[in-house]
Design a protein around this ligand. Structure first.
Ligand code: CDP
Length: 229
């Protein structure tokens, strides 16, 4: 059967990764969480005090990028690939609010983007991939056969992320989560290099009032149609 490339871009906490995982599983495709890669580089910068609450040594991060190896290893029990930073599983460590509060600044740096985009293109070169992020349909795979752009109101998204963080036993306030969602939206969509935007040929899905099942079925049907063409 024909293999295609599926891209899912959109604002923070729009549930891209949930539906991307479901879709990859149903189609037998590889799922790549490109945001996890930006988060892993951010974690490196935090661990080495390159980025702190009040400072960010961009030149140092750029000069150390050769030491930052981001990779994925499939976890059979979870059914998806977990992200590793220099050989260490950091799947949990990258999901904290603190990493979320720094990641968009790291993702603005062109040198970081260049390194990760090359790696993403390499991972998708055989097709049969579902990749989610901010610039996947516009920059990483502009020729992808099927592109989605997910949206939902900021409050809906903040509520979802707040619930997720509480489930992970993080002590956070709803206001801080909402602030983070809004500030990342702003930085991600106004940065100079590869800003978040809907690709011309992307299908927009507002999932504020869409159940997970309905959302999955919509995307899955569209994918099947293109695969069977
Ligand atoms: O929190 P959420 O799951 O929505 O975000 P993520 O997909 O984990 O991405 C975290 C951050 O990485 C985003 O806010 C962007 O700043 C950056 N990112 C990016 O610049 N380009 C991508 N392709 C993916 C993520």
């Amino acid at each position: 059967m024909k293999k295609i490339t599926i891209t899912i871009d959109g604002f923070s906490s729009t549930g891209k990764s949930t539906v991307a995982k479901q879709l990859a599983k149903a189609l037998g495709y590889v799922y790549v969480d490109s945001g996890a890669m930006y988060r892993a580089v951010t974690l490196y910068a935090m661990q080495h005090q390159i980025i702190t609450k009040d400072s960010f040594d961009i030149d140092r991060l750029i000069s150390e990028l050769d030491n930052v190896k981001v990779s994925f290893t499939y976890n059979d029990d979870l059914g998806f690939a977990e992200v590793y930073l220099n050989g260490k599983n950091v799947e949990n460590d990258i999901r904290t609010l603190e990493v979320s509060q720094n990641v968009s600044q790291v993702a603005e740096i062109s040198e970081v983007r260049r390194m990760l985009v090359l790696q993403q293109q390499q991972m998708g070169k055989e097709k049969g991939v579902v990749m989610d992020g901010r610039d996947i349909g516009t920059v990483v795979f502009p020729d992808a056969e099927l592109k989605f752009f997910m949206t939902a109101s900021a409050e809906t998204r903040a509520k979802r992320r707040y619930k997720e963080l509480l489930e992970r036993n993080e002590v956070v306030s709803y206001d801080d989560v909402l602030k983070n969602v809004e500030s990342r939206d702003l930085i991600d969509s106004t940065r100079e290099d590869s800003p978040l935007m809907k690709a011309e040929d992307a299908i927009e899905i507002d999932n504020s009032n869409l159940s997970l099942v309905a959302q999955f079925e919509t995307l899955h049907e569209l994918a099947q149609t293109i695969i069977n063409q």
